[in-house]
Design a protein around this ligand. Structure first.
Ligand code: MN
Length: 299
């Protein structure tokens, strides 16, 4: 595997880490598998160096990530504002993972901006705001921040002491940001990394099941219902699915139950545009979700 950092960046990263005793690690608001996996994997590495490393997220992550080891120790700004603020203000170093600008933290971004702590950005999104951290490790060619963090740990010599738990967190991030390695995943080095993670004892099949096969019965029935009522417009290579308020209550709808539904019609041959209309349960409005594949832009 090719080393990721040149020597100058590597030494500046090492110096930044050496100078910090207390470290806070954070991901973007609405943390996904990559934000959380990268943060937990990075925290394990830093703890191994004898640092105090605490993960603080703006708000909670979805339930299907709750199995991740040490995720129960994550502090949520939305739930414990005082604790989170205290940690962010009192730390030596803030590691910003999987986001490219303080806006992605919303309200917590102000706390970060006012903290005197040094900042380190580790991210794979395009166009990083280079003013928001002293050290920027931005690699948009990476499939996930978790892949990026693995490569950093590898280059810093931390692979030896990586545990199954840390390896599982990084694998989870790599898997979720590539849809189970179905997109953005043609770089052969990804599979070298997976092989190295397997050497640490991860159970990749089990991680897949824990993340993707955790639907509630009512969500699956709702999905079946929505799809059976789908309208396909072959002449327009398009499909439409809808969900009214009444239908939602019939299926005991809870927030997030229709997450990802809009993508399903795109698995029909020749359908390249999908539209999902859902009546909101609180406000008098209809939420419109659009998705497309190929060269047809839905924006
Ligand atoms: Mn990501």
């Amino acid at each position: 595997m090719n080393p990721l950092l040149d020597n100058t960046t590597l030494f500046s990263l090492m110096r930044t880490l050496q100078n910090a005793r207390k470290i806070v690690i954070m991901g973007h608001r609405g943390p996904d598998g990559d934000a959380l996996g990268a943060a937990l994997g990075w925290a394990e590495y830093l703890q191994g160096l004898g640092k105090s490393a605490i993960v603080v997220m703006p708000n909670p992550f979805p339930d299907f990530l709750r199995w991740l080891p040490n995720s129960e120790k994550v502090v949520f700004y939305d739930h414990k504002r005082d604790v989170a603020r205290h940690l962010i203000e009192g730390t030596d170093l803030i590691c910003m993972l999987d986001f490219n600008s303080l806006h992605r933290l919303q309200e917590m971004g102000d706390v970060v901006a006012n903290s005197k702590a040094e900042r380190l950005m580790i991210d794979h999104h395009l166009s990083p705001d280079t003013t928001c951290a002293q050290t920027i490790i931005s690699h948009p060619e990476m499939s996930s921040t978790s892949e990026l963090v693995f490569r950093l740990i590898y280059q810093l010599g931390g692979y030896e002491t990586m545990t199954t738990q840390g390896a599982s967190a990084l694998y989870c991030g790599m898997m979720t940001d590539t849809g189970g390695f179905t997109y953005n995943s043609n770089n052969r080095e990804i599979y070298f990394i997976i092989s190295e993670l397997l050497s640490k004892g991860i159970d990749k099949d089990d991680i897949y099941r824990k993340v993707y096969n955790t639907y509630s019965e009512s969500r699956l029935r709702l999905m079946g219902y929505v799809l059976s009522n789908m309208t396909v417009y072959p002449d327009c290579n398009s499909a439409l699915i809808t969900l009214t308020k009444a239908e939602q209550s019939k299926f005991n709808y809870i927030k997030g139950d229709s997450e990802g539904f809009v993508n399903i019609p795109l698995s029909i041959k020749n359908v390249c545009f999908s539209c999902f209309l859902r009546e909101d349960t609180e406000k008098p409005m209809i939420k419109i979700s659009l998705r497309s594949v190929g060269t047809f832009p839905c924006n």
